[in-house]
Design a protein around this ligand. Structure first.
Ligand code: FES
Ligand SMILES: [Fe+2]
Length: 443
């Protein structure tokens, strides 16, 4: 039984192989430690380069507790700087996105370039002797990594190298981006935002939880137990329920844990050869023209459903989108969901994807509302002190090692072991808590 202290032994006592203590979801002190040790160190998704296409464009976000700006500088480069005026600490930009060739602080008018360079201080005759503009540039994120337009930052100058961290998930990013006939995607088609009264880990766990689907999402299946179509060109979706039981097709899904808390679930088999519609056929033709028939066929047979880049981003291959998770408090989390626009695809194909996402992932949609209800109820249930532990033991001991993706072999360092299990098991949740401990036990 954990004794309540949060030294490294106290932290370790909260996570056992098949269960975690309820405090990891409910204790504000643990949340503050997570912001410092986990979100203050890990590689975090900041944004996609297409969110800041022109010089002066910016988006704002938070990495853990720290406000940041992702900007496009005048020279065309993408920068990540701290959104904190170097004079008296005011948050420099309040808007979520916009364009400003110069960033002017509302308090005393200090003026910065998009790369954080301090250009001007009003009433400069009042500056102290020896005051130099160059000593007051905005702080930069200590480390930045970019892969296929996805911009990540770490607020720690040390830690796992970006190439090693991203290596196990590169193929999952490729799986989405390669679907664009133009070889690139854009996150410029709007977004869904929801805030739920639950701990952020409920969202990261749920993303790779295929166990809940036949129950939480029972209202999304027809009498045959088949979900509605979630991709352009499909007549119907996956078979989820068979009578009162989880369908055997659903049980064929697998989940993968690949180290660093990352993981993904494989897709349910859908009718790939029967997938057709005027819009889809036009898209398929565009992809074949771009990459050839053989490659197009491979790309169009998606192998993954949800992929989690631990701890704050996920990709979905079915209703294509990128999801970003922002913890606000121990029991409050913001999630932003961006439809993926495939560059070079017919606009109608992208519009259909966005419309399907409205049906499944808007805050009041069919699928997402079920999960949000579960998160809120879990946070309430976890107030109970009579049952101290949360069970995550499904499939414990049944995991099997598999060959690592090719991308891992090319990375430096010791490659993580890739483990596979039934997707209804809790392998990937346990993988997240292994990573959680790696960050959290070190002061
Ligand atoms: S706090 Fe920004 S200019 Fe004074
Ligand atoms: Fe769900």
């Amino acid at each position: 039984m954990p004794d309540g202290s949060l030294n490294s032994r106290g932290i370790e006592a909260l996570v056992e192989p098949g269960r975690v203590h309820r405090r990891v979801y409910t204790d504000p002190e643990i949340f503050e430690l997570e912001m410092e040790r986990l979100f203050g160190r890990a590689w975090l998704f900041v944004g996609h380069a297409t969110q800041v296409p022109k010089p002066g464009d910016f988006i704002t976000t938070d990495l853990g507790r720290q406000p940041v700006l992702m900007t496009r500088h005048h020279d065309g480069s993408v920068r990540v700087v701290l959104n904190r005026c170097t004079h008296r600490g005011v948050k420099l930009v309040a808007e979520r996105q916009g364009n400003r060739p110069r960033l002017v602080c509302l308090y005393h008018g200090w003026t910065f370039d998009p790369d954080g360079t301090l250009l001007r201080v009003p009433v400069d005759e009042g500056c102290a002797p020896g005051f130099r503009l160059c000593d007051f540039n905005l702080a930069k994120a200590p480390r930045i990594g970019v892969y296929r337009g996805f911009v990540f930052a770490s607020l720690s100058p040390t830690g796992i190298a970006f190439d090693d961290w991203i290596a196990p998930m590169r193929e999952n990013i490729d799986d989405i981006v390669d679907r664009a006939p133009g070889g690139e995607i854009a996150l410029d088609a709007g977004m869904h935002r929801y805030i739920f009264r639950g701990n952020w880990k409920m969202q990261t766990e749920n993303l790779v939880d295929s166990y809940h689907v036949p129950f939480s999402h029972a209202s999304t299946v027809n009498r045959k137990g088949v979900q509605f179509s979630r991709r352009e060109g499909d007549d119907e979706g996956a078979k989820v329920v068979d009578g009162q039981r989880t369908a055997s097709q659903w049980k064929q899904r697998r989940s993968y844990a690949v180290g660093y808390g990352h993981g993904w679930t494989s897709n349910t088999e859908l009718n790939e050869s029967g997938r057709s519609s005027a819009v889809y056929d036009e898209y398929r033709h565009a992809l074949i023209s771009s990459v050839g028939a053989e490659r197009a066929e491979k790309i169009l047979t998606p192998r993954m459903h949800n992929s989690l880049l631990y701890p704050n981003a996920s990709f979905m291959g079915l209703n294509m989108h990128i999801r970003v998770i922002k913890p606000l408090a121990v029991d409050l989390t913001e999630v932003n969901i961006y439809p993926v626009r495939l560059i070079g695809a017919p606009e109608a194909m992208n519009a259909r994807n966005t419309r399907l996402l409205n049906v499944t992932h808007a805050a009041a949609s069919f699928v997402q509302s079920d999960d949000l209800e579960a998160f809120g109820r879990a946070q309430t249930g976890l107030r109970s002190r009579q049952t101290e532990w949360v069970d995550i033991s499904r499939g414990l001991g049944r995991e099997e090692p598999v060959d690592a993706p090719e991308s891992i072999a090319t990375a430096a360092g010791t490659p993580p072991t890739v483990m596979r299990a039934m997707a209804t098991d809790e392998l990937v949740v346990r993988g997240q808590f292994r990573a959680w401990l790696d960050y959290m036990r070190v002061a």
